[in-house]
Design a protein. Structure first.
Length: 250
């Protein structure tokens, strides 16, 4: 089987199943494991798939945005560990921006004893912050029904009133070449503005976001420290050329 034919078989399998294992490809194509791994690497470099441990999966759609409910149920334990680590960075008395999102939401239980001031564009964050007695400012703006995020010119304008010690952002993908991305340009603009107004910016994203490239660029990887879970050494080496990476052990 020619390389092009074999690689098309791989892509066809992904269309059917979303995720495939290396052994499945070997069984269907009769190729060696090293050949299949080489095919997967080439296809990943061409941004046609995303490699995962033991196989490959489809790349996320650039304009696709999951609802809060859908996001909440994905990789929940990883999100909690990432959030706990992110909260440990915060010092008493910090003024911080916490982005809308399910991963950043997991930070909130760890803030009670920090004596911080929080600004957020996350409508779903407000009740939890108030319950813990944390001084909270909610930005203005248009409410996105799907994610509960406040976005738009009014959000940007209200952010201008603040300066942050730290900000914590969620993203839909991170990539050494394409940086941090999200499907919605208006959300991207809010995230960028918050990072611009912060002494230190952090992006919190589990390992599944690596290699995902959504429609709207937030900023280059060099503009924010990445907090993530375990990734292969070669990928970490690549990312460390672009930014500081904090790896949280599970």
């Amino acid at each position: 089987m020619l390389t092009s034919e074999r690689q098309q078989v791989i892509l066809n399998l992904l269309e059917e199943k979303d995720t495939i294992k290396i052994q499945e490809i070997i069984d269907i194509t009769n190729a060696s494991e090293s050949t299949v791994r080489r095919d997967l690497t080439e296809l990943e470099n061409e941004h046609k798939l995303k490699r995962v441990h033991g196989g490959a999966t489809v790349l996320g759609r650039k304009l696709h945005e999951l609802s809060v409910l859908d996001k909440t149920s994905k990789n929940i334990q990883e999100k909690k560990e990432l959030a706990k680590f992110a909260a440990s960075i915060i010092q008493e008395g910090d003024c911080i921006f916490i982005d809308a999102g399910t991963t950043t939401f997991q930070m909130l239980p760890y803030l009670k004893e920090k004596k911080v001031v929080v600004v957020t564009n996350g409508l779903t964050h407000v009740e939890a912050l108030i319950e813990q007695g944390i001084p909270t400012y909610l930005t203005g703006g248009y409410v996105k029904g799907k994610t509960g995020a406040l976005v738009g010119p009014q959000t940007i304008q209200s952010l201008q009133n603040y300066r942050f010690d730290k900000c914590f952002l969620g993203v839909n993908g991170f990539d050494g070449k394409f940086g941090y991305t999200t499907p919605d340009p208006e959300e991207a603009a809010v995230k960028y503005k918050a990072s611009e107004l912060s002494q230190k910016a952090y992006v919190i994203a589990d390992h599944t976001k690596y290699g995902e490239v959504s429609f709207s660029n937030i900023c280059a990887m060099s503009q924010a420290t990445l907090i993530t879970t375990s990734l292969p050494d070669e990928i970490l080496h690549e990312l460390n050329q672009e930014t500081t990476v904090e790896v949280v052990a599970l």
